[in-house]
Design a protein around this ligand. Sequence first.
Ligand code: ADP
Ligand code: MN
Ligand code: MN
Ligand code: MN
Ligand code: MN
Length: 358
Amino acid sequence: MATNKTVLDRYLNLPVPDNTTQCMYIWIDGSGENVRAKTKTVNFNPKSPSELPIWNFDGSSTGQAEGSNSDVYLHPVALYRDPFRLGNHKLVLCETYKHNHKPADTNHRHTCKEVMDKAADQHPWFGMEQEYTLLDSDQHPFGWPKNGFPGPQGPYYCGVGASKVYGRDVVESHYRACLYAGVMIAGTNAEVMPSQWEFQVGPAEGIRMGDDLWMGRFLLHRVAEDFGISVSLDPKPIPGDWNGAGCHTNFSTVAMREKGGITHIEKAIERLAGNHQHHICMYDPNGGRDNERRLTGLHETSSIHDFSAGVANRGASIRIPRQVAEEGQGYLEDRRPSSNCDPYRVTEAVVRTICLDA
Ligand code: ADP
Ligand code: MN
Ligand code: MN
Ligand code: MN
Ligand code: MN
């Protein structure tokens, strides 16, 4: 079942009246993992999210409210160019608020922003590595044989060639869509499991990390939709001898980035060691239960039960990149966050523990 995209183009090329802007409001639903979107026309060209009206939606249909009191508010917080509708049309990232104007249960941006503001003088930078799996319309990994499995892992990571990688069209289209929209995409690569890929966002300071990663995810789902492919953020989509999917979180403060910063990196690791359980709770949308399937100690992961750190060690909770150890300054990599983590919760926990010691 596919529609004709050439016919679609005919309509998308129709001119619209001057100053008419389609604004697609995008928010995180009650799962804390999926995004929803709906569109509103405005009669001006918005330059900042604060110029756009607060809107609402039916929270009883998104796991965010009861049917008898269903309105949830949408507060625009970040604007991006729309790579699908082009022109002045906008993608509008929103926070969700309940009828009593308190943050909705899956609105973790609200407290994340407060924490980022408190730590602003330390200039926290993040780079997150979003791993994901492409699925065919039958929810089977895209390009895998329908009655069985591809050959064992080995040739697929950063692979090239028709038998090595599946779904590159989605990856290339998504990369350009991010660049066009204004998402700080840092790169992409094919992953260890066939039809699993990664894109990196960063280095982004403060709240921008969560904003750009959520918008990057929206763009990924939306681009894949055009190809009839869906995207799974499950941390272990295929059980057995297949790599899971994570969201490694690279982090630095201005002190870590300066000469001799390694001592600040070591201090940060000590603080992380003392808060392992709390971080595990924050690193997937289900309090650690999703990550339990992934953080086994095998397949380039550390055990969910233990905290560890090491230079160039991909089997540790925290990795200090080799180059950082040699130069004595830079950043650390927290390898624990799950692919379906909420980056607002992850970055808030990291900054609370490392920068605010709270
Ligand atoms: P890996 O070797 O673990 O696969 P990647 O190249 O996929 O690493 O991702 C590294 C990420 O770290 C990138 O998103 C990059 O923007 C980010 N990064 C680089 N320098 C810093 C820094 N000083 N602070 C925080 N993030 C950084
Ligand atoms: Mn209706
Ligand atoms: Mn990577
Ligand atoms: Mn990776
Ligand atoms: Mn990594």
